[in-house]
Design a protein around this ligand. Structure first.
Ligand SMILES: [Zn+2]
Length: 306
């Protein structure tokens, strides 16, 4: 299961009514936008968060994955340049209380990908149609959606009658949120486990910066973070780097990075006299595989804080 965020604006009502999302195959300038490529990846069972005017207003479960289809006639003519498009059939569940992105942006921002984020830094929605939503962001959105939409009617009631319990269990929105949450958690758990297993031997089971070998103190870091990676990149062992917990934290925060030669770069935020405390040696090179290079470069360009 993957999740996506769709930015619908004025087409929301029509698309909800038809139980679909639809996007043109090419944009005004005749190019294939990122949204169109992403539309083709939507599969049955995936989840979609529906964003309208500042808020997530619904979540849906995809009934039929992407197919080529002309723009349905009921959808107003916003895209005059083409009728050729991609269509996904999906079952909408509207939230009683929409999730206002700006209100919860502090909690959401850390999980947004650096590229192709649905939201800008000022919490407004971006202008594309479809955006990826990684598992961590999915879990964060679900947490807020559940908080706003579940058990808000009779919180202070100590005992629920049997009827009410049954009613709650049958609440389709609640069931969908719970199911989505457990699938997203499972995706993360399975992915991380597999990733770690394939990364460990590539680094001889030890941190290349300090030599720590104790299993419990080692983490398999992603150079291109989980939130920014495609499914393949998330599991690609060469996107991984085995580091001890301290060095992993520095790497994740972008306080250290490596270039295409495997040379260590240290952020100016760490004063030189503290290098020893953090077990960092200026200019040290770690052994890398050629396939690590693009990921190291991505990290240095996008995550490293110079
Ligand atoms: Zn280390």
């Amino acid at each position: 299961m993957n999740s996506f965020i769709v930015m619908q604006g004025t087409t929301y009502q029509e698309e909800k009514h038809l139980g679909i999302i639809w996007s043109p195959q090419i944009d005004k300038s005749g190019l294939v936008p990122h949204s169109s490529k992403l539309m083709q990846e939507v599969k049955s069972g995936d989840r979609i968060f529906h964003y309208v005017k500042g808020s997530i207003v619904a979540i849906s479960i995809v009934k039929k994955g992407c197919q080529e289809d002309n723009k349905p006639q009921k959808i107003r003519n916003h895209t005059r340049w083409t009728d050729n498009g991609y269509l996904v059939e999906t079952e909408y569940r509207e939230l009683e209380v929409p999730l206002n992105i700006r209100e919860y942006f502090d909690g959401i921002a850390p999980y947004l990908p650096i590229k192709y984020s649905a939201f800008q830094e000022d919490a407004t929605g971006n202008s594309g149609y479809l955006y990826p939503c990684n598992e961590e962001l999915t879990l964060k959105l679900l947490e807020y959606m559940s908080m706003l939409n579940i058990f808000n009617s009779d919180e202070d009631q100590l005992e629920l009658s049997v009827d009410e319990v049954i009613a709650k269990e049958r609440n389709p929105l609640q069931a969908l949120l719970a199911e989505t949450e457990s699938e997203a958690k499972m995706n993360i758990r399975c992915g991380q486990k597999k990733f770690r297993k394939s990364v460990m031997p590539l680094w001889n089971h030890k941190c290349p910066l300090c030599g720590i070998e104790m299993d419990a103190l080692l983490k398999s870091s992603h150079s291109k973070p989980w939130k920014d990676s495609t499914d393949d990149e998330r599991l690609n062992p060469y996107n991984g780097l085995l580091l001890c917990f301290n060095h992993d934290a520095l790497y994740e925060k972008g306080l250290i990075s490596f270039d295409g030669q495997g040379r260590l770069h240290i952020s100016n935020q760490i004063p030189e006299e503290e290098y020893e405390t953090y077990q960092l040696r200026k200019g040290i090179k770690i052994p890398l595989h050629p396939d690590n290079k693009p990921y190291f470069k991505w990290h240095k360009r996008n995550v490293f804080v110079d």
